[in-house]
Design a protein around this ligand. Structure first.
Ligand code: HEC
Length: 144
């Protein structure tokens, strides 16, 4: 009985590997990018790319474990949701009003330690922002 359950689970685990996540991105998305648009300096660029861009842009760097279902589905859900709320790769498409609103939200969520997502900064040490880095980002967003 136990062996049967284990075998069934293994078969299921293998079967779900065929359900791949969609990693496609639009062509030329860099032309609409927030960092390009604002001619952001190297330091801020690095900070945003390592702390936010995996979920809030089309420049997602997929880690090796993103190849494995169901982990891949979990990551993709965060990426989809993140892009839906704020996609730095779509910046040029946004109205002035929308941009101002997104910038305000960035300031708020960084100050409140809500972004980057906790589960993400646990694994991505480089994404965890120090007090100094938070201040740097907040100053940057406020100056826009
Ligand atoms: C692991 C993925 C992930 C990372 C990394 C991440 N976010 Fe998010 N972000 C999300 C998700 C998912 C949501 C939507 C759900 C929520 O608010 O929790 C969101 C929501 C937001 C929102 C709210 C937008 C709205 O319209 O409500 C802002 C602003 C934001 N993130 C900014 C940032 C910034 C700035 C960083 C980097 C410092 C960052 N995020 C890093 C996943 C992420």
């Amino acid at each position: 009985m136990k062996t049967k359950i284990i075998i069934s689970l293994l078969v299921l685990l293998i079967a779900i590997q065929f359900i791949k996540i969609d990693r496609s991105v639009p062509e030329n998305f860099q032309d609409y990018d927030f960092l390009v648009y604002n001619q952001t300096n190297a330091e801020i660029t690095t900070l945003l790319k390592s702390a936010c861009y995996d979920c809030h842009s089309y420049e997602t760097k997929y880690p090796w474990y993103s190849q494995i279902a169901p982990v891949s589905w979990y990551l993709k859900r965060h990426i989809n949701e993140g892009r839906e709320h704020l996609n730095f790769s779509d910046w040029k498409y946004l109205s002035e009003e929308k941009r101002a609103h997104k910038i305000d939200e960035c300031i708020e969520l960084i100050e409140e330690d809500e972004m980057p997502l906790f589960s993400y900064s646990l694994i991505h040490k480089e994404a965890k922002l120090s007090e100094e880095q938070k201040e740097q980002l907040v100053e940057f967003f406020k100056a826009l």
